[in-house]
Design a protein around this ligand. Structure first.
Ligand SMILES: Cc1cc2nc3c(=O)[nH]c(=O)nc-3n(C[C@H](O)[C@H](O)[C@H](O)COP(=O)(O)OP(=O)(O)OC[C@H]3O[C@@H](n4cnc5c(N)ncnc54)[C@H](O)[C@@H]3O)c2cc1C
Length: 289
């Protein structure tokens, strides 16, 4: 279907884009990769009167380590993450995640910022960012503010971003030595959204006891889920097959899936258990390297 009519702006700077957002408020939408917004407009599920295309704003696309953080620019494409030597060598959980998203054509356009800002519990980066303890930088008329990822997802398709703010950066604390992570997703066919997925990040000491634990779940609730009970259980324990199995069960208990075309709720809970188990096992292997 053809989208409803809209007015199109292509600002050259972040302040210009914010000025337009301030002027048009709720009626305006940022356009980045367009891989979620344009389909929604075509289905008439979104009807913004003003589209503010940030694709030509320079300086919003980068992947770098700085000041104790991995910093990902808001406009960084999935394909840039995939090909980043830094991500390939030090952040395998992010590499797992970006590889699990759609197909190369979509990944050439889709942005990490858009993946989070869309607030879709079926998107893959939210769970990974929850596991990694990321922060989101929002830039608006009053300057920058930093939002912890646990506070970023507010409800279905709603985030803590204000209508006049742009997601300009994602910050991930640089993991200490003996850290590792993994993302495991089950999809009905290649390129599909997750039936369920689990993201895990671990830091262990020299005896294999968990110092830090992050567990995020995809598409098993109205919002991306941080599996706090499973994290609390595993923190301070030796990570082995038995503790992983118990943490995975707790994660399954915390999931809130609904039955739909991807399967019944009980099946999805079972998947969460298995995928969390696999993701924790992979995280431990990587932490030990
Ligand atoms: C066929 C297909 C399969 C897909 N499969 C998957 C999948 O398996 N897993 C997955 O995670 N995703 C999947 N996606 C979604 C894709 O990854 C999206 O592109 C992504 O979720 C949104 O990023 P975008 O840059 O395209 O955002 P857009 O579509 O441009 O925008 C999405 C929303 O976020 C807002 N927004 C975007 N950027 C910003 C910003 N910087 N600041 C503030 N607001 C912003 C927009 O206003 C809009 O409301 C798929 C898409 C397609 C078309």
């Amino acid at each position: 279907m053809i989208p409803p009519t809209f007015e199109y702006f292509r600002p050259d700077t972040v302040p210009e884009a914010i000025k337009l957002l301030t002027q048009y408020g709720d009626e305006a939408k940022i356009l980045s990769g367009g891989q979620s917004l344009i389909p929604m407009m075509k289905f008439r599920l979104a009807r913004p009167s003003y589209l503010i295309d940030i694709n030509r704003i320079p300086g919003l696309s980068y992947v770098k380590e700085e000041g104790g953080f991995l910093k990902i620019g808001g406009l960084t494409r999935e394909s840039e993450l995939e090909h980043s030597k830094l991500i390939q060598s030090k952040y395998p959980i992010i590499l797992d995640t970006t590889h699990a998203i759609a197909d190369p054509q979509v990944r050439n356009l889709a942005t990490v910022g858009g993946n989070l800002a869309h607030g879709d519990p079926a998107n893959d980066h939210p769970a990974t960012m929850l596991a990694l303890g990321a922060q989101v930088v929002a830039t608006g008329p009053r300057g920058e503010r930093t939002i912890p990822i646990e506070e970023f997802f507010v409800s279905l398709f709603t985030t803590a971003l204000k209508p006049d703010e742009i997601l300009t950066e994602i910050r991930i604390p640089t993991p200490p030595a003996r850290s590792g992570g993994g993302y495991f997703k089950l999809e009905r066919k290649v390129g599909d959204f997750a039936t369920a997925a689990a993201a895990t990040q671990l830091t262990v000491d020299s005896s294999g006891v968990a110092q830090k634990v992050g567990i995020g779940l995809t598409n098993v609730g109205p919002m991306p889920i941080k599996a706090r009970k499973a994290e609390d259980f595993l923190r301070g324990k030796k990570v082995d097959a038995a503790s992983i199995a118990q943490a995975a069960q707790l994660a399954a208990d915390e999931s809130q899936p609904s039955s739909d075309l991807r399967g019944p709720a009980e099946y999805k809970k079972g998947l969460v258990k298995e995928l969390t188990k696999r993701a924790l096992t992979r995280a431990l292997e990587r932490a030990a390297k």
